[in-house]
Ligand binder design. Structure first.
Ligand code: G3P
Ligand code: CA
Length: 368
């Protein structure tokens, strides 16, 4: 039977934990600050290897597994509220298709150059988004997660902040927010620019400057530069394939490959404290799908003064280099330990991972 009050699950987990004396992260010893972890463990979309992504439950489990930061991707509602979803198209990760009252909202539009047919967050008010429930994005790979389809609400940024602040008390340590703005050019074109509401929401909760346990990341460039003008919160430039979408829209030729050169990285360092490259920038795969040799990316980024937080580590065969896959099923776990160890050896400063417990274990092992 669907649980209509998923926050109760989180609360139950909290009540089972010991409370500590200090609830004020700024009063905590340096070892308990969110950035004390080396490398930083960033729970990608929460502990999305164990629970449907971008749910309060997934973020809570990530924290209980020892993640330093949880990663909400954010999109905008029609009435300007920030919600956690990887995509503004809602059909892949919510039960919107099962709501007959929203059937007429289905439409086609191009998002970041790709034609999509679905339901879009900007067509829904915050109250309407709250009627949806999360479903698993990749049920064939994560059938356990899919058993929880329909159980959890779509959280707002404020609900995530409230969760993190509650868990900081019970865990006795600071827990960070590693926030990604999704489709910022698209939302700006709609008159729903994300940057100011995001900075204001964070400031209301006490996250105001570079000392706050917050990073804001984006695959686009212009919105990071706009954020640099609005706030001194720490910014991270993500690297994908081809060109940042805002650069395409503005007719600029800048590519991620150019941004990955020593000169390109120095330019990024003018507005960001770090870079979040696809893993292939750090250790590319070979033609046969096996792990190749490390590139100069980490050294060049460090020379520019940038932190390096590659994405995304996932334990299932489907996502691993060929030589680290085990058995025939794409859903079975392979030798992710070997992959993570190879990346840790390159000197990265953090990593995004769907199963944070694995990185916590390997980080502890590396310290011994
Ligand atoms: O933000 C790092 C990583 O999450 C970027 O990829 O598509 O999972 O948001 P994506
Ligand atoms: Ca992300």
């Amino acid at each position: 039977m669907p649980l209509r009050q998923p926050r109760l699950l989180v609360l139950s987990a909290l009540l089972a934990l010991p409370f500590t004396a200090s609830a004020d992260p700024s009063a905590m010893p340096a070892a308990q600050r969110a950035d004390a972890g080396k490398p930083l463990i960033i729970a990608h979309r929460g502990a999305s290897g164990y629970l449907p992504e971008h749910t309060l439950a997934a973020y809570a489990v990530a924290v209980l597994q020892g993640a330093d930061y949880v990663e909400p991707d954010l999109v905008m509602s029609k009435d300007g509220q920030l919600f956690a979803r990887h995509d503004n198209e809602l059909g892949l990760t919510t039960d919107v298709a099962r709501h007959p009252e929203f059937a007429d909202r289905k439409r086609k539009q191009r998002i970041d150059g790709v034609e999509l047919d679905g339901w879009f967050s900007e067509d829904f008010t915050a109250a309407e988004l709250k009627r949806l429930r999360a479903i698993e994005r990749i049920p064939n790979i994560r059938p356990g997660n899919a058993r929880l389809d329909g159980q959890f609400e779509i959280p707002t940024l404020q609900e995530i902040i409230d969760l993190v602040k509650a868990l900081q008390v019970s865990q006795g340590r600071e827990i960070g927010l590693y926030i990604e703005t999704k489709h910022p050019q698209h939302f700006q074109d709609l008159g729903l620019a994300m940057e100011k509401p995001l900075v204001e929401a964070l400031a209301r909760s006490g996250y105001r400057d570079a000392t706050a346990p917050v990073y804001i990341q984006s695959f686009e460039v212009s919105n990071l530069k706009a954020l640099r003008q609005l706030s001194s919160l720490r910014l991270v430039q993500l690297y994908g394939k081809g060109q940042p979408h805002d650069q395409v829209v503005q007719g600029n030729p800048l590519t991620y490959a150019q941004m990955a050169t020593p000169a390109g990285l120095r330019a990024v360092a003018q507005y960001a404290v770090g870079v979040g490259p696809d893993k292939g920038y750090v250790i590319p795969r070979q033609a046969d799908g096996s792990l190749g040799q490390p590139t100069r990316f980490v050294a060049d980024a460090h020379a520019a003064g940038l932190l390096v937080h590659p994405y995304t580590f996932r334990a299932e065969n489907s996502f691993l280099p060929t030589e680290l896959q085990r058995g025939d099923s794409p859903a079975t776990r392979g030798d992710i330990d070997a992959e993570v160890r190879a990346f840790l050896a390159t000197g990265i400063d953090g990593l995004f991972i769907d199963q944070p417990d694995i990185a916590v274990r390997l980080r502890a092992e590396a310290r011994r």
